[in-house]
Design a protein around this ligand. Structure first.
Ligand SMILES: [Mn+2]
Length: 322
């Protein structure tokens, strides 16, 4: 039986909650929304939910342009006793997923697994975007996503693969072909062309000012709280520099010190790197080329009087272990 058929079979006859990782990014939102729409086409009641916040720009804009309804966990209330919970773009037990208990659990993800979980269904494949897995489910079930959903899925794929320039698998290319006739060109351009605001330039300016390069690794702190997508954009931006092959950009927020890590070196896995660097400090992980992490607020005092130096040392020490 195809993956989509297996998943659908488990979902039928129960209320389904599709949960993204906390502070969802465009791929998480798109794949979660796509899965809900697919299930609804098959008569299954499905709700997209998340914890944390939606990023100001990319995600808020997505919800408007592609008519995505995503419910904060806090607004969900008690789940029905027969509920099924599907984690998308994430895996249960990871530090970035608030536990949500259902009678049946499933996981659709494209990240490497670190702590194996007992799910009733798992589809974990290291492809470029989780949205590609969900697009394939439409194909497997002989269904068509509506225009907005197709656009959202394609956008999720674009963001995670940096416009099809990193981590692209055969499936991503095949799904790009599948969605090509289905998406709304204008709506997608609207979302992709306005992801920056004037305000964001302050963060760029601050990060550029603070950038320090050690060997091929660039480190930059932003001196004020920024959203995940903004930190990620700046980390990507630094990776464009000839001198920089590894990029670590971070800022201090209420939820801790948030990191965005990038690698264009084959032998250095960004996800492994940030996990190892933050091992005794918080959580981290992700793909070989892009990853993220959070140093817990309770550990901030441990960084001492020169937090930037401590952070740099943690990452450089971890680099030696790889
Ligand atoms: Mn993803």
């Amino acid at each position: 039986m195809k993956k989509a058929e297996q998943l659908l079979k488990l979902c039928q006859g129960r209320p389904v909650y599709v949960q993204t990782h906390n502070y969802p990014d465009p791929d998480a939102l798109a794949s979660g929304h796509g899965l809900c729409m697919l299930l609804q086409q098959k008569g299954v009641q499905a709700t997209l939910c998340y914890d944390g916040e939606l990023d100001k720009r990319a995600c808020k804009k997505m919800t408007q342009s592609f008519k995505i309804c995503a419910v904060p966990l806090a607004d969900l209330g008690q789940l029905p006793s027969d509920a099924m919970v599907i984690c998308v773009d994430s895996q249960r037990g990871n530090g970035n997923v608030t536990p949500l208990k259902g009678a049946v659990s499933a996981c659709v993800d494209h990240h490497p697994t670190f702590a194996a979980t007992q799910d009733d269904f798992q589809d974990i494949r290291c492809v470029g975007a989780c949205s590609s897995l969900v697009a394939e489910y439409f194909q497997q079930l002989g269904l068509m996503p509506d225009r907005d959903t197709a656009s959202a899925l394609l956008y999720g794929m674009q963001v995670d693969t940096h416009r099809f320039s990193r981590g692209v698998s055969e499936l991503d290319i095949a799904m790009l072909g599948f969605l090509n006739d289905l998406y709304d060109d204008d709506a997608l351009r609207q979302v992709t062309s306005n992801t920056m605001a004037f305000e964001d330039l302050k963060a760029y300016a601050n990060a550029i000012e603070n950038l320090k390069v050690y060997g091929v690794a660039g480190f930059a702190q932003i001196d004020f709280a920024c959203s995940n997508d903004l930190i990620a954009m700046i980390s990507d931006f630094f990776l464009g520099l000839d001198e920089i092959e590894l990029s670590v950009v971070y800022c201090c927020r209420e939820d801790g010190v948030k990191f965005s890590v990038r690698s264009k070196r084959k032998e250095i896995h960004a996800g492994d790197w940030v996990r190892s660097a933050l091992e005794d400090w918080g959580v981290g992980g992700g793909h070989s080329y892009m990853a993220g992490g959070v140093l817990s607020p309770c550990n901030i005092p441990r960084l001492g009087p020169y937090p930037d130096e401590t952070i740099r040392d943690l990452f450089l020490a971890a680099l030696k272990k790889i």
